[in-house]
Design a protein around this ligand. Structure first.
Ligand code: GAP
Length: 440
C-alpha cells in the first residue's frame, strides 16, 4: 500500500497546541515519555468527557432500545480463546535487518523485499499477537495469565443474557459500552490516532438473522448522522467497504467511516455485521443457551449482531484536527479551535471589560450563576483582545463581556467565536441560548 502523504506541519502544530493549552501531554514526560501513551490535560479531560457523554446520550438516553453496560477490563481468559483473539488477533510483523525499524507487513508495498525507509533487507513475516498479557494473583505462570481486553465488545456478549433478563428488552435491542481497550500495536503513532491504550465507544445491536442487512444499513446511517451532529466537516468523511482480505475474523460485512487526517484517509469507526459468530462461540464454549425467543419470534435463535465501534481518542483527535483553523488578523496568524459547543471543554468565558467601575463584581456574579449549569471560565487578566484569543485557541465557542452598559440595563455582549458576531443578551436569555447550543 502506498504511504499516505503526510502533512506533518499541521500535525506538529496541533500536537504543540495540545500541549501548550492542556489538551494532551506525553505520558510520563518528565521521565522522557512512554511511547504511544498520552495523558489528557484539563481541557482534554473535559473534551473527552463531553465526547463520551455526547455518544452515550445519542446511543442510550435518547433511545428506548439500547441499554448501557460497564464491564471489567480483565475477563476470564477463555473468553479470548473463544472469541478467536488468541488465535487470530495478530498482525504480520516484519523487521529491517539494517536499520532495525519494524513494520506491519500489510502496510508496505506488496512483494517488496526492501525496507521502505533505508532500502535494507527485510526479515520474513512473523505473526504477532496484539493482546497484552498479565498475571492474576501472585504466581506468574501460564495458568494465571489474563489478558487486557483488546475490544470492549466481548464484555457485552458475555453479559447478553444478564442484560436481556434484567432490562426485559426485546429484540431488536442494543447494549452500549465505553471503556478502555489495549493493543500491543506494532506501529503506534500519529499522536493519539493509534496508541496501545485507548478507549472505545461500542454498541452491539442484537437482531433476528433475517433482518441483519436492514439493521446494518440503519446503523450506518445513524452513525453518519452522529458525526454530522458533532459538527464535523462532512466532506472529510467517507465510507470504506472492507474487501475479503480486510475483513476481521468475526465479520460478514464491514464498513469503516474514514476521515481525511493530515496524514491521509484513515479509519475512524467500524460498523460490522458480526452475524451469530460471537454468541454461537460463547454458547458452544460455556454450554449456556444464548438463544433468544419471545412471543413475536416463536422460534429459538441466536441473534445476529450489528456492531458500531468508535475509538474515543481517535474521535477526539478528529475533533481537534477538524477544528484547527488559522486566520490572519492584522498581520498576525491567530489559531481558532472551532470545536462544537456540544463537546467544547469550556462553553463560555466571562470577562469584565475593565478591572474597575463595578464590572469585575458584576461579572463574578454572572460567572457564579452560569457555573451552576455550564463549564465556564472567568478571566480578568490582559487586554480584551488577548482574552478572546486565548479562548479561541481553547475552543471556547462563546465569550461574554460585561461593560458599562451591563451595569445600567443588565445586558452583556455574547461573542460567537466562529461568526465573530456580538449580541447583547440578559442573563436568562444567555442561559437559554447556551442550553440550546450545548444540549440542543
Ligand atoms: N469491536 C470491534 C473492534 O474493536 P476495530 O476496527 O479493531 O473493531 C474499532 O476497532 C475502533 O477502535 C477503530 O475504528 C478505532 O477508532 C479504535 N481503535 C482501534 N485500535 C486503536 C488503537 N490502537 N488506538 C486508538 N484507537 C483504536
Amino acid at each position: 500500500m502506498a504511504k499516505p502523504k503526510a502533512n506533518t506541519e499541521t500535525m506538529d502544530k496541533i500536537v504543540s497546541l495540545c500541549k501548550r493549552k492542556g489538551f494532551v501531554y506525553q505520558s510520563s514526560e518528565i521521565y522522557g515519555g512512554l511511547s504511544s501513551c498520552w495523558d489528557y490535560g484539563p481541557l482534554g479531560a473535559e473534551l473527552k468527557r463531553n465526547l463520551k457523554t455526547f455518544w452515550w446520550d445519542a446511543m442510550t438516553n435518547r433511545r428506548d432500545d439500547i441499554e448501557g453496560l460497564d464491564a471489567s477490563i480483565l475477563m476470564h481468559p477463555k473468553v479470548w480463546h473463544t472469541s478467536g483473539h488468541v488465535k487470530e488477533f495478530s498482525d504480520p510483523l516484519i523487521d529491517c535487518k539494517r536499520c532495525k525499524r519494524r513494520f506491519r507487513a500489510d502496510k508496505i508495498e506488496e512483494g517488496s523485499k526492501k525496507c521502505p525507509e533505508c532500502g535494507g533487507e527485510l526479515t520474513d513475516v512473523r505473526q504477532f499477537n496484539l493482546m497484552f498479557k498479565t498475571f492474576m494473583g501472585p504466581i506468574e505462570d501460564e495458568a494465571n495469565i489474563v489478558f487486557l481486553r483488546p475490544e470492549t465488545a466481548q464484555g457485552i456478549y458475555v453479559n447478553f443474557l444478564n442484560v436481556k433478563n434484567s432490562s426485559r428488552q426485546k429484540i431488536p435491542f442494543g447494549i452500549a459500552q465505553i471503556g478502555k481497550a489495549f493493543r500491543n500495536e506494532i506501529t503506534p503513532g500519529n499522536f493519539i490516532f493509534r496508541t496501545r491504550e485507548f478507549e472505545q465507544m461500542e454498541m452491539q445491536f442484537f437482531v433476528h438473522p433475517s433482518e441483519d442487512e436492514k439493521w446494518f444499513e440503519y446503523w450506518r446511517e445513524e452513525r453518519w448522522k452522529w458525526y454530522e451532529s458533532l459538527g464535523l466537516n462532512m466532506n472529510k468523511l467517507r465510507w470504506h467497504k472492507h474487501g475479503e482480505d480486510e475483513l476481521a475474523h468475526y465479520a460478514k460485512t464491514a464498513y469503516d467511516i474514514e476521515y481525511e487526517y493530515p496524514f491521509g484517509w484513515q479509519e475512524l469507526e467500524g460498523v460490522h455485521n458480526r452475524t451469530d459468530f460471537d454468541l454461537s462461540r460463547h454458547k458452544e464454549a460455556t454450554g449456556k443457551d444464548l438463544r433468544y425467543s419471545d412471543d413475536v419470534y416463536r422460534e429459538k435463535f441466536i441473534p445476529y449482531i450489528i456492531e458500531t465501534s468508535a475509538g474515543c481518542d481517535r474521535t477526539l483527535l478528529t475533533i481537534l484536527v477538524d477544528a484547527y483553523d488559522e486566520v490572519e488578523i492584522k498581520g498576525e496568524i491567530r489559531v481558532f479551535m472551532r470545536i462544537s459547543p456540544k463537546v467544547a471543554p469550556i462553553k463560555a468565558a466571562i470577562f469584565p471589560l475593565v478591572k474597575k467601575e463595578g464590572m469585575p463584581e458584576y461579572a463574578e456574579k454572572i460567572y457564579k450563576e452560569l457555573k451552576k449549569r455550564f463549564k465556564v471560565f472567568y478571566d480578568i487578566s490582559g487586554a480584551i483582545g488577548r482574552r478572546y484569543a486565548r479562548m479561541d485557541e481553547a475552543g471556547t465557542p462563546f465569550c461574554i463581556t460585561i461593560d458599562g452598559q451591563s451595569l445600567e440595563d443588565d445586558t452583556m455582549t455574547v461573542r460567537d467565536r466562529d461568526s465573530m458576531e456580538q449580541t447583547r443578551l440578559k442573563l436568562p436569555e444567555i442561559v437559554k441560548f447556551l442550553d440550546e447550543k450545548v444540549n440542543g
